[in-house]
Design a protein around this ligand. Structure first.
Ligand code: ADP
Length: 608
């Protein structure tokens, strides 16, 4: 029987709870607030009854207690049947099933994420990347063979490996160590197909003679643009029997497998309640870093390598997920996903990805689990950015309900959503037609920000400000090098990456700029609503290049000289030749002048 340790919430303790507002305001004007999630030492204030009614969470048979506890502290009511729930933590489902998710709802999966969540697909996709970009970049997954297809290749590798070589055999879509065997003779190969046969990492890094692996929590809030976060803590799971390389021990699962579900069956298994202690067969990741640090090992280097593998693995799933999202998901708001990466360190402390779980266990049966998974889920739900829906979203047929809830913020949300223009597409096409690597050219992508650019940048900054103990690893100031790994370059990834290069050392400057843009944007809408068409004069009275529905921004840093504004204007006029009749907002200290159109610092339109 499994014992579940609930977080202690006694009335006596509650007196000392820290009171927290129910909503986290956006950093930007006219952007929606998000719902706040707390840990057990905080009390979330009640929303007014009208709004509280909207707080419904769909519970399924797999919704973990740690999620149930966290949402109930934010006053969500569990529902099994209703169709107006805001959040659900459930099973993965077939891609067409995502069509049923409404645009104010969030499910904890993306369609297509099984492309890294199944062992066979993970290998196929990473080996494809390896073939393209080389082993140096993608050599972090043990060589594998999928049976029956790869049987001949396996036979050859088996012969080349010699009789000392060990292999680990896994069902391609299972978990918890079920059906896994370590073998070294061809005759030991199970007859059951399909199978994944993988090189066994036979020299693991050992602590006190035991093998271990790491569970790393990776959270993706969006695939286009890609935003990947990694939790700063995790779990270290030890085998419960000391490691031996002897062939005779290969069928000892307590020695060769590190799954908790396997090792808990060993009478020698020792649990550990303390997230600081290096004891028992499960540690906090931070305790491992502490331990390795005390041995004189640079843990930063290991962590950097882990982050690198995580980013590349997620990028390997990008083409599948994005095409399925486009096909089956009404709103990008509706999908987010927590991945559990299983990582092993070999004797040289090189990390290897063993597998990626798309439904990592959130079961918590020790205070250590509660502490790490509880904190992680709280931070994840805050990052997710749950927004109270508009009443008409929930009941689109009931138009009378809308007038009472319509605020400026809600109107703005509607406008943001519908704001994809032709100009937007022209800008995207222009930047996507370029070869990567030209930093100067990429930098110009921020010179003219379209409404969608502004919205995505503001959403990203808001999200980052709610990261808790997650670290955003993509995009980051160092993410330019990853852009080439995308099978298909994505415009918003280039924008966000460039934004990071420009503002990571001075984030408040970027945020202030976006604040102004959000404000101006709404002014423009008001203007548009009153005039019903766009004036050919600019906001500052200058004729200048601008997007019809957009915001032209000159936001070069003060240190940059005027050349850059020459360049920025030309890039627009050349790429968006019909923009010169459209309205503009410039936030630059000196508005763009017509003389700046004379620069020839960029290739002409025909050369592109
Ligand atoms: P499951 O989904 O069933 O947990 P894994 O691929 O994570 O399957 O494997 C289970 C355990 O087997 C891992 O936690 C690790 O201890 C061990 N293991 C898996 N692959 C390898 C490998 N290539 N080399 C060494 N040990 C491995």
């Amino acid at each position: 029987m499994t014992v579940t340790v609930e977080e202690p919430i006694s009335p006596d303790v509650e007196v000392d709870l820290v009171e927290k507002p129910a909503l986290v305001p956006s950093l930007f004007p006219h952007m929606p607030s998000t719902l706040y999630f707390s840990t057990a030492d905080e009390r979330v204030e009640l929303l007014p009854a009208e709004q509280r009614k909207l707080l419904k969470w769909k519970i399924t048979t797999v919704t973990p207690n740690v999620v149930k506890n966290t949402i109930s502290r934010s006053h969500f009511k569990a529902t099994k049947k209703s169709h107006d729930w805001l959040g659900c933590w459930g099973h993965h489902m077939k891609s067409p099933g995502f069509k049923a998710i409404r645009e104010f709802q969030k499910l904890n999966h993306f369609p297509g994420s099984f492309q890294i969540g199944r062992k066979d697909r993970l290998w196929r996709n990473l080996s494809k990347m390896q073939a393209h970009f080389g082993k140096r970049e993608f050599g972090f997954f043990p060589r594998s063979f999928i049976l029956p297809q790869d049987i001949k290749l396996l036979r050859k590798a088996w012969e080349d490996g010699g009789s000392k070589q060990k292999w680990i055999v896994k069902p391609p879509a299972s978990a918890r160590g079920i059906g896994i065997q370590v073998i070294h003779k061809w005759s030991q190969m199970p007859c059951k197909r399909p199978l994944l046969v993988q090189e066994y990492l036979h020299k693991p890094y050992l602590i006190s003679g035991n093998k271990f692996d790491l569970r790393i929590y990776v959270y993706v809030t969006s695939y286009d643009p890609l935003r990947v976060y990694i939790f700063n803590d995790g779990l270290v799971r030890f085998a419960s029997c000391k490691y031996s390389p002897s062939m005779k021990t290969l069928n000892n699962k307590f020695m060769h497998l590190t799954n908790y579900s396997v090792n808990k069956k060993n009478s020698e298994y020792q649990s550990n309640s303390d997230d600081k202690a290096c004891q028992g067969h499960k540690w906090a990741l931070k305790a491992l870093w502490q331990y390795l640090g005390s041995q004189g090992i640079s843990t930063t280097l290991i962590w950097e390598k882990i982050k690198d593998m995580v980013i590349k693995t997620i990028i390997a799933s990008d083409p599948y997920v994005n095409s399925l999202v486009k096909m089956h998901v009404c709103s990008p708001y509706s999908c987010h996903e927590l991945f559990g990466f299983d990582i092993m360190l070999d004797e040289n402390l090189k990390p290897w990805v063993l597998e990626v779980n798309i439904s990592p266990s959130l079961h918590s049966n020790t205070p250590l689990d509660v502490s790490i998974k509880g904190q992680m889920i709280r931070d994840l739900l805050n990052l997710a950015g749950f927004v109270l829906p508009l009443r008409e979203d929930i009941a689109p047929s009931n138009s009378s309900a809308s007038s009472s809830t319509n605020s400026l913020c809600e109107v703005v949300r509607e406008k943001w959503r519908s704001d994809i223009s032709t100009d937007e597409k022209v800008k995207r096409a222009f930047y996507l037609s370029q070869r990567f690597g030209d930093q100067d050219f990429c930098a110009t992508i921020l010179d003219v920000l379209t409404p969608v650019d502004v919205r995505v940048l503001a959403e990203s900054e808001d999200e980052l400000s709610r990261k808790g103990d997650f670290e955003r690893v993509f995009p980051s100031h160092a993410s330019s090098r990853y852009l080439r790994f995308f099978e298909q370059p994505r415009y918003l990834n280039i924008v966000l990456n460039q934004w990071e290069q420009t503002y990571w050392l001075n984030r408040s400057k970027g945020i202030n700029l976006l604040r102004d843009l959000c404000e101006k944007r709404v002014q423009l809408w008001n203007l548009a609503d009153s005039v019903h068409h766009w004036s050919s004069k600019s906001y500052h009275g200058h004729r200048s290049p601008m997007t019809r529905s957009g915001v032209l921004v000159s936001q070069r840093s003060d240190a940059e000289d005027e050349d850059s504004s020459d360049r920025e204007v030309q890039s627009v006029t050349m790429s968006l030749p019909d923009m010169s009749l459209l309205t503009t907002i410039s936030l630059s200290p000196s508005p763009i002048s017509s003389s700046s159109l004379a620069s020839d610092s960029l290739p002409s339109h025909n050369e592109l």
